[in-house]
Design a protein around this ligand. Structure first.
Ligand code: PLP
Length: 395
């Protein structure tokens, strides 16, 4: 179990101007705070270097295009993609999953799990897939033995969260890929909560598609990544139509650009790409191994301390990555969140866009504390003090 000494802050708080002294921000799973280098990169782009990309013949636009495409190469290197052309820039994980759900050419049965975020459930329903649901183990992991028994050659897709946004449980993605491929299905991983917390190498994982959102990785909102294996993206028809995704347009017939441009209709979120580039540089300089160890230690400490309060029920496995969900007996999570806020502790309370998981847990909502590089043991103590106050107020 983690000790206080092991959970000393990474000493990075000063990099995050939107976290004032005395505020314990424990809602990083919803969105991460932004470090100064990310803010500066975005400000600099609007202040001094701004222009459109891909179309301009003037030098400023050519420079911005180079910066935009450098961000794509940086993302590719960060997640172990084979080539920058495998990186499709999207609005976020939600759009990435919608794109695959609607455009993967072999649209039949998809195996999801009980713990998925709504953005990894609803797109498949909307796109007309037959949906099957893999149960969880008692500890809150996706039950891959059950997945093995459920998968049939009728399944053309398996789509699982790499890390649960509620329980923090980490998927054995390598085994999930093997199981999917054994029946001829592809594996899409929702990496929203994994990319900020674990080293991710899509080639080593053996998956086929991977999605994540920049704003959970200390980057800007409205921007994210769909990675797809080159052969799969090549085989995929366009998604939205417009500028930038075409080769030649006539009223009789239009031909399309190769990936990734084929899937990036319209003027892109230029500063989003630059902000994500800066965010990747920032977290890579700390090291994902170090971030993972730091957050796991904080979770260990939080679980240990919260377990000591009789009325607290903890959800999820002991080794969850950076996220702890819990309930206080007889108190609605919204009341827990409100009382904690009075003590300057920000947590999330609700169903976390995972209503089927709430059904499985047998609760309408949970309270959730989630950690980032800027948190330390003092934040855990603030959380515990706040929960003790909740129990005093509610008797
Ligand atoms: C596991 C998971 N998947 C998908 C999403 C959706 O991400 P976004 O809203 O950035 O598209 C989230 C966001 O909370 C998430 O935690």
């Amino acid at each position: 179990m983690a000790t206080l000494a092991q959970t000393r802050p990474l000493d990075l708080l000063a990099d995050f101007p939107a976290i004032p002294a005395g505020w314990a921000y424990l809602d990083t799973a919803a969105t991460a705070q932004k470090p100064r280098p990310v803010i500066d990169a975005i400000m600099r782009a609007y202040d001094t270097t701004y222009a459109t990309v891909h179309r301009g013949v003037y030098q400023r636009s050519a420079d911005m295009t180079l910066a935009f495409e450098a961000a794509r190469r940086r993302v590719a290197r960060f997640i172990g993609a084979g080539a920058p052309e495998e990186i499709v820039f999207v609005r976020g994980a939600t759009e990435g999953i919608n794109l695959v759900a609607h455009r993967h050419p072999d649209k039949r049965r998809v195996l999801l799990s009980q713990l998925e975020h709504h953005s990894n459930i609803v797109p498949w329903q909307l796109a007309g897939w037959q949906v099957d649901v893999c149960p969880l183990t008692a500890g809150g992991h996706i039950d891959l033995d059950a997945a093995e028994a459920m998968l049939t050659p009728d399944h053309s897709m398996v789509a699982f969260a790499h890390v649960s946004n509620v329980l923090g449980s980490v998927l054995d993605a390598h085994r999930a890929a093997e199981l999917a491929h054994r029946v001829g299905a592809k594996l899409l991983l929702d990496g929203c909560q994994a990319v900020p917390r674990l080293p991710v190498d899509v080639a080593a994982l053996g998956c086929d598609y991977y999605v994540f959102s920049a704003h959970k990785l200390d980057g800007p909102t409205g921007f994210g990544v769909l990675w797809g294996r080159a052969d799969l993206l090549d085989a995929m028809p366009p998604w939205q139509g417009g500028g930038a995704m075409i080769d030649r347009v006539t009223f009789e017939r239009t031909t399309y650009a190769p990936p990734p441009a084929r899937f990036e209709a319209g003027t892109p979120h230029i500063t989003g790409a630059l902000g994500l580039h800066a965010a990747i540089d920032y977290v890579d300089a700390i090291g994902l191994e170090a971030i993972h160890a730091h957050e796991t230690a904080l979770v260990g400490l939080a679980r240990e301390r919260l377990q000591g309060i009789n009325s607290v029920r903890l959800f999820g496995p002991e080794d969850s990555a950076g996220i702890v969900s819990f309930a206080v007996e007889g108190v609605h999570p919204h009341d827990v969140g409100t009382i904690l806020d009075e003590g300057q502790v920000a947590i999330r309370a609700g169903h976390h866009c995972a209503q089927p998981l709430m059904d499985w847990l047998g609760v309408p909502a949970t309270a959730r504390a989630s950690f980032g590089v800027y948190n330390g043991a003092a934040d855990v103590e603030r959380l515990v003090d706040g929960i003790e106050r909740v129990t005093r107020i509610f008797g």
